[in-house]
Ligand binder design. Structure first.
Ligand code: NAP
Length: 206
């Protein structure tokens, strides 16, 4: 039986922006996916969240950003789980509940460079195909070497995602907001309005 091809675009999404959305949209078409789960992390133990943002804010911004895209779906999989968020647990839970799905984990190049520091790397790579985009953090040849290294070491299935590079980061959006600069055209207009209406990131300087 043909499996349902499900992309997972995981992220802190603090806030979500056009770089994330374009990555997920490109993955959907390039790999003929049936759907993409946009999955906010609960507790990214490896980074500090802005003091002015709540989980509800991050979810509300994701909802606003994806509501006009019929193949994107908000997933509360990680937000509904307590404790630090580990991708291995997410994939184990999803594959146990949905054996008829095949999972494609979408990520930028930096995540692939760090994946060996994630909990149970080998198990993650046995449960999902990795779609990785070069976001300009390294040359393509260094990314290709990393793909080759991880593939050989873990017998992983890693495929190159050909997404246009957009120099946008959540960190820069927070910094600009804190400095009173415009964030228009970096994230959908509804997200810009949400940030302004709720006074998010006003204290952010870095
Ligand atoms: P994030 O900062 O919100 O970013 C989400 C993804 O979007 C990352 O893969 C990032 O790529 C990519 N991205 C950001 N800006 C982009 C742009 N302008 N163009 C193209 N791609 C862009 O989220 P995160 O905190 O890195 O987390 C990503 C996922 O990894 C989450 O699901 C998280 O739970 C998981 N994770 C798991 C572990 C673990 O299990 N131990 C540890 C760390 C992260 P880059 O990677 O290149 O920044």
């Amino acid at each position: 039986m043909k499996k349902i091809r499900t992309g997972i675009m995981g992220g802190t999404f603090n806030p979500i922006h056009f770089g994330h959305l374009l990555l997920a949209e490109t993955a959907f078409y390039q790999f003929n996916l049936d759907e993409v789960l946009i999955m906010p992390t609960k507790n990214p133990y490896y980074k500090k969240l802005s003091n002015t943002v709540t989980e509800e804010d991050r979810v509300a911004m994701v909802n606003l950003a994806i509501r006009d895209n019929e193949h994107f779906r908000l997933s509360m999989e990680e937000l509904n789980r307590d404790g630090p968020t580990y991708t291995v647990e997410t994939l184990a839970n999803l594959t146990a509940r949905h054996p008829d799905h095949e999972y494609y984990f979408i990520m930028g190049a930096d995540s692939l460079y760090h994946i060996e520091s994630w909990r149970e790397t080998e198990k993650i790579l046995s449960m999902a195909i990795i779609l990785v985009a070069d976001r300009g953090s390294g040359t393509s040849s260094s990314l290709m070497s990393q793909i080759e290294y991880i593939t050989d070491k873990y017998d992983a299935d890693i495929r190159l995602l050909k997404a246009p590079f957009m120099e946008i980061s959540s960190n820069d959006i927070r910094r600009r907001t804190g400095a009173g600069e415009s964030i228009r055209y970096l994230t959908p207009g509804e997200v810009v309005d949400y940030i302004n209406d709720h006074g998010l990131y006003r204290e952010d300087t870095a």
